[in-house]
Design a protein around this ligand. Structure first.
Ligand code: B12
Length: 215
């Protein structure tokens, strides 16, 4: 199997069942002259995209995604410093966090990992994030999208406040919003004027691409 295929397989299997770790394979690839772009696109991102599809179809579950994401991240850590010098731009930047008052972060982390695996620059704002904090981080990082997660019905209104504050700020034309979490629906997203909603981490990648007009 070609080296780049082995990187992809390593991500899918989460380093399990492959004799070499993804990080080692990535280093080997770079030494052998594989381009950073190839390693990223045909190795790491290709692997995570297979994982995303399997997860969406309920063929694998949260633990497998976390294991794959860990493998992807180990490879990403080697590739990331090389992206700038190779002029590889991320697909876009998202600030993602859990709404104010809400401490649930398993789903938010999964979405973040899947987006990173798809080639986005992901700024993790953490949990219990106020509208002001979301906006501050979006400005600081020149973000294209703010992603909000809520698992409690009581913290969902914080997402509405964030959407409203963005609308009334200079970010209105630049920053889009995407929301999710178990109690959140497309209908709620429409109601509060959020740019998008996705029911799971793999759909979040599709939605992000749609929001940013990426084919
Ligand atoms: C684990 C858990 C906890 C853990 C959280 C640990 C952690 N680090 O996250 C702990 C124990 C801390 C916890 C605490 C509480 N919890 Co709790 N918790 C859960 C539980 C069992 C699972 C949530 C989870 O992680 N699911 C797995 C992930 C993968 O799924 P997910 O979050 O839905 O994410 C997916 C999608 O929604 C989507 N998504 C998620 N975020 C985003 C964001 C974007 C931008 C997009 C596009 C998509 C997206 O993609 C994800 C991946 O596919 C749920 C029950 C349930 N079945 O949902 C209750 C639940 C959410 N908790 C509940 C409650 C009440 C509480 C507490 C108030 C309990 C208490 N009395 O103390 C506290 C609140 C603490 C707080 N202030 O936040 C209730 C909420 C009821 C409600 N409707 O408001 C639930 C529904 C349980 C229940 N049936 O009563 N909880």
């Amino acid at each position: 199997m070609e080296l780049v295929e082995r990187i992809k397989e390593g991500v899918i299997k989460g380093d399990l069942g492959v004799e070499t770790k993804v990080a080692d394979l990535v280093s080997e690839g770079l030494t052998e002259g594989l381009s950073v772009g190839t390693i990223l696109k045909d190795g790491l991102i290709a692997g995570m995209s297979v994982i995303g599809a399997l997860f969406k179809n309920n063929e694998i579950y949260v633990p497998e995604v976390l294991i794959a994401a860990r493998a992807m991240k180990s490879g990403m850590a080697i590739v990331r410093p090389l992206l700038v010098e190779n002029k590889i731009e991320p697909l876009g930047t998202i600030v993602i966090g859990t709404a104010k008052g809400d401490l649930h972060d398993i789903g938010k982390n999964l979405v973040g990992m899947m987006l990173e695996g798809a080639g986005f620059n992901v700024i993790d704002a953490g949990i219990d994030v106020s509208p002001e904090k979301f906006i501050e981080l979006a400005k600081e990082n020149n973000a294209d999208v703010i992603g909000m997660s809520a698992l409690l019905t009581t913290t969902m209104p914080g997402m509405q406040t964030t959407v409203e504050v963005i609308r009334g700020s200079e970010l209105a034309d630049k920053v889009k919003t995407i929301i999710g979490g178990a109690p959140v629906t497309q209908r709620y997203a429409d109601e509060i004027g959020a740019g998008g909603f996705a029911p799971d981490a793999a759909s979040a990648v599709d939605k992000m691409k749609e929001l940013l007009g990426i084919g």
